[in-house]
Design a binder for this molecule. Structure first.
Ligand code: PXG
Length: 299
């Protein structure tokens, strides 16, 4: 059975799901998106993803032609029609079709589509062994230029960094902001577990989003889970030095979930194996994805 895609009010087979070459999403990267997952008929953090989609669209002054409730119903119907209980959901809203020329006013109606599919970002072996990362020269977009908090279709900044990572033989890259502070990775947020010099207190840290990172929904969930487990967790400005000397490093994202990092720019992290707090949080995250979310009936 061909996968059905929701496109502007209709469900069409994958090979017929086409947008115009005049769509400003294609011509200018003028649009927003979300990557969401469902686990065993539960859509994880759907409300939060829709909230972020609406916020991104609000900043770009794109009026999404559906209510959040209607979008939720569209997502559920797309999953049901494709008989998916574990899925990756891509929601895209573009400025729409218009004339050549940047002016958003050329576009009358935003294009909306929802793809439901499977995603596997990293092989299982990397979750056991941990990632080897590099810091790349491409600086994360300036918040006052294209704010990384907007989940827009303009991902060239991240793609340039991803190319550098791959050229260096790595699957992910650390991106710094324009001041040299750690921002995030190309498609994941970064966390470190740090210890004070006395070795008495461990603290979980992630860079504040305003320094140039997407406020990841997995990131928020991990901060929450850590605090519930009694682990001190904070947003804090950090440098590469802090990462090199961390006890543990891991990344978070909808696709990656929680993935350990064991080497950064040639420096071994901790004892060079995935850390205990990382493992605890990954387990807690897995449990959360299986119990928390918007439930839909299988069709
Ligand atoms: N930073 C960036 C730049 C991202 O694109 C995250 C952090 C993590 O955010 P969430 O809300 O997912 O915890 C992202 C999310 C893909 C893909 O196709 C990328 C993301 C999510 C899902 C799929 O590579 N990026």
């Amino acid at each position: 059975m061909s996968k059905l895609i929701y496109l502007n009010g209709e469900w069409v087979p994958k090979d017929q799901a086409k947008v115009s070459v005049f769509d400003h999403g294609l011509l200018y990267g003028d649009g927003v998106f979300e990557g969401i997952r469902s686990y065993n008929n539960l859509i994880f953090k759907l409300k939060e993803h829709l909230e972020r989609l609406w916020e991104s669209a609000h900043t770009l002054m794109i009026r999404i032609p559906l209510s959040k409730q209607e979008m939720e119903a569209v997502i559920i119907k797309t999953l049901q029609r494709n008989q998916l209980k574990d899925a990756y959901i891509r929601v895209v809203v573009t400025r729409g079709e218009g004339d050549l020329g940047l002016d958003p006013a050329n576009c009358k109606t935003p294009t909306v589509f929802v793809i439901t599919d499977m995603i596997k970002l990293y092989p299982d072996s990397l979750y056991r062994k941990g990632l080897d990362l590099v810091t790349v020269a491409t600086v994360r977009n300036l918040p006052e230029a294209v704010n990384p908090s907007i989940k827009s279709l303009n991902y060239l900044n991240n793609i340039l960094a991803k190319i550098e990572a791959k050229n260096a033989g790595c699957v992910e890259a650390i991106m710094l902001n324009h001041q040299g502070y750690v921002a995030e990775c190309t498609g994941d947020n970064i966390f470190i577990v740090s210890e004070d010099y006395s070795g008495k207190e461990k603290i979980l840290l992630t860079p504040p989003a305003y320094l140039g990172a997407l406020r990841g929904i997995t990131r928020d969930a991990i901060l929450d889970l850590a605090r519930k487990k009694g682990i001190r967790a904070e947003e804090r400005v950090m440098t590469r030095h802090d990462i090199f000397n961390a006890q543990e490093v891991f990344l978070t994202g909808t696709a990656a979930e929680v993935i350990p990092v064991v080497k950064v720019d040639g420096r071994v992290i901790g004892d060079g194996t995935p850390g205990k707090i990382t493992a605890t949080l990954l387990k807690a995250f897995h449990r959360l994805t299986r119990t928390d979310g918007v439930r839909y009936k299988p069709l």
